[in-house]
Design a protein around this ligand. Sequence first.
Ligand SMILES: Nc1ncnc2c1ncn2[C@@H]1O[C@H](COP(=O)(O)OP(=O)(O)OP(=O)(O)O)[C@@H](O)[C@H]1O
Ligand SMILES: [Mg+2]
Length: 258
Amino acid sequence: MPALLAVEDLAISFGGLTALSGVGFAVAEGEVFGLIGPNGAGKTTVFNVVTGLYRPDRGRLTFAGADLVRLSPHRIARAGLGRTFQNTEVFRALSALDNVLVGAHASLHGGVLAAACGLAAVRREESAARTRAGALLERVGLGDVAEVAAGSLPLGSQKRLELARALAGGPRLLLLDEPAGGLNPTETRTLMELIRRLREELALTIMIVEHDMDLVMGLCDRVAVLHHGRKIAEGTPREVASDAAVIEAYLGSASDVA
Ligand SMILES: Nc1ncnc2c1ncn2[C@@H]1O[C@H](COP(=O)(O)OP(=O)(O)OP(=O)(O)O)[C@@H](O)[C@H]1O
Ligand SMILES: [Mg+2]
């Protein structure tokens, strides 16, 4: 099966610091692909390059066969990539519903439509977007808090809200950066179930960066391991968990890094 996302020979430095070097992997359509490694290994940087926030010094990135390098983050989102951030970044003063609408905004055509068809068409589109946003909140189990300020929701709910917001753009590939970060075991289990369900119901392809090894082992089909900006292993969760280099670099002390 051709890769949905192919990353080849990726490199980026910040000043004198090499954050990624020679990193390559391919994510197949429908797969849940994990990216793990110690703090500072370069995991978030991979997401930032793939979503166009950082331009790589070298390397190739293709999504559904199209070149992603040099596209703006906005164009990349439109192409079908959605993401969440490592530090939960909901708009705290906005309602849960409005947070999802912000995510939907990337797929609205307000400016063009307003010019071509007038305000009524824009209003209709807004109203349809609100309905879709409400349905997404239901899907992630937040239907009853749609009008509640996002900042007053518990962290587990904020994480699911971020998921709904990422889904609002209708992604084919969803990138989740530490979705279980800061969650207690019960919240983490709820989130795992949700991710599993979303993958099936929406036929999503998912990349997950995560320190919680139970989540990685429970959800991922394959995993790549980064260490100091280089890929040191790739395989099934079981394969990488028994890899000597991975144990040495990461898993031996995984309980300290989470
Ligand atoms: N914008 C930036 N400017 C300078 N250095 C950066 C920038 N982004 C990342 N880095 C550096 O690149 C390296 C990789 O960082 P990155 O955030 O990708 O690590 P990570 O694997 O996500 O770690 P963690 O598990 O702690 O989130 C780190 O040394 C980090 O300080
Ligand atoms: Mg990170």
